[in-house]
Design a protein around this ligand. Structure first.
Ligand code: PHE
Length: 415
């Protein structure tokens, strides 16, 4: 499913969105952009077509000047204000090709404050494409989708709690339920397993809360990919003595850190939330400043914060030989994959490395596997990572292209 982008735009995360962790490059100038993020959605009522005919209108933005790629090949994109919260809800269904049950696309729900709601839309467009690739390569038989709930930048009641949070989740549940199974939501940056459990009381189309949520599944998947990739790059699966830098100590970053300390890695960690330094002390990891952390001298870099932190310039300044992490959409644009190859840095594509959360959630919710069996399924991601790396070498291409080819092949087989 190579991106045939007919729209490009700058993507960044809400960089004032604490407690969400963000290591994105600074926002580029948005001057000269005018426009509106979308048209209000019509809900699919009884006499209306099953698929809400809702489009997205982007009026004049400086996308081309920004030069970053945003895919725009989606099956369905909905943008509408939540009736209770007033926040903008964006659901992007990228592809439901090969989904089982048919037509169902899965993807987490991101809740963040955005300076410009269009950035929320771009996040949804890009992240949902990542979910399609992730589902195909992980073999979950779900399509790819994402929900972004864009709160205004000046929202002072942050982080959301109590009734205000419930109102947001009610808005989410209502919209998801109207889609009648086309979209399966789950936890993502800014939302929790507990949130999804609450949403599940209002709509059956929520997952990722059973079995302790998706955090462990994601961390176990990243760890499996690190081991396989270490064998490929350093000739050994044993991580003892290898220097690993984890950027971002959210739920997944923390689990991964604990796994890696246990495996004997020499760990350096950082987070924009300085309170996380306590965790570093607890597990005996070295703490460094978040600024420049990706360029810290190490063997393996694990980006576990928000996406788009790997720019061409950043990669040229990195000393590690391997990049494997939990963050979604790590590359600022797809061509950074070639820069990584040029620099001799092996990158396990994010949508392979972090597919464990989705795989774990689907294994439990849809396939009714036990928690240990689901984790065993997740560990097989290591084999997939190995296949991606070997194919890239064989075909003299980037690991991104290699992973996309494998994902496409799996989709074709499933068609
Ligand atoms: N948020 C998870 C991810 O980015 C996906 C997920 C979707 C998890 C649905 C559970 C349920 O991979």
């Amino acid at each position: 499913m190579p991106s045939t982008s007919n729209a490009t735009a700058h993507v960044k995360c809400a960089n004032n969105s604490s407690p969400n962790r963000c290591f994105a490059p600074p926002a580029e100038s948005r001057a000269g952009r005018r426009g509106t993020a979308g048209l209000p959605a019509r809900s699919a009522g009884k006499d209306e077509p099953e698929t809400p005919s809702v489009g997205v209108r982007i009026v004049e933005h400086d996308a081309m000047a920004q030069g970053l790629q945003v895919p725009f090949e989606h099956e369905l994109v909905i943008v509408r204000p939540g009736p209770r919260s007033g926040y903008r809800f964006i659901i992007a269904i990228h592809s439901s090709r090969a989904a089982q049950p048919p037509g169902r696309a899965a993807g987490g729900c991101r809740l963040a404050r955005y300076v410009d709601p269009l950035d929320g839309l771009y996040d949804a467009l890009r992240l949902s494409q990542g979910m399609s690739r992730k589902a195909a390569i992980a073999g979950t038989r779900t399509g790819g989708a994402k929900c972004v709930i864009a709160a205004p930048a000046d929202e002072s009641l942050w982080p959301l709690t109590g009734e205000r949070r419930k109102d947001v989740l009610r808005d989410l549940a209502e919209l998801v339920d109207e889609l009648d199974g086309r979209y399966l939501t789950g936890p993502d940056v800014g939302t929790t397993a507990a949130d999804m459990q609450w949403v599940y009381r209002l709509t059956p189309y929520a997952a990722g809360f059973a079995g302790g949520g998706t955090t462990d599944g994601t961390a176990v998947g990243v760890h499996a990919c690190i081991s396989t990739a270490a064998e490929h790059v350093f000739g050994r699966r044993d991580l003892a003595g290898l220097r690993v830098t984890i950027v971002g100590l959210g739920g997944v970053g923390e689990r991964l850190a604990r796994h890696l300390v246990h495996a004997g890695a020499e760990l350096t960690v950082t987070d924009i939330d300085l309170e996380r330094q306590a965790l570093a002390t607890e597990i005996g990891a070295q703490w460094i400043d978040a600024d420049g952390a990706q360029r810290h001298d190490c063997d393996i870099l694990a980006p576990c914060a928000l996406g788009a932190t790997l720019t061409a310039e950043e990669v040229r300044g990195m000393t590690c030989r391997l990049v494997v992490g939990a963050a979604n959409n790590q590359l600022a644009s797809d061509d950074v994959a070639d820069v990584l190859t040029e620099q001799g840095i092996t990158w396990v594509p994010d949508f392979v490395a972090n597919a464990g959360g989705l795989l774990y959630a689907v294994s439990i919710a849809r396939d009714h596997l036990s928690e240990p069996d689901s984790l065993a399924v997740v560990r097989r991601l290591g084999d997939t990572a190995g296949e991606v790396l070997r194919r890239a070498e064989r075909e003299r291409t980037s690991t991104l292209q290699s992973a996309i080819r494998i994902a496409d092949q799996r989709l074709d087989l499933a068609d």
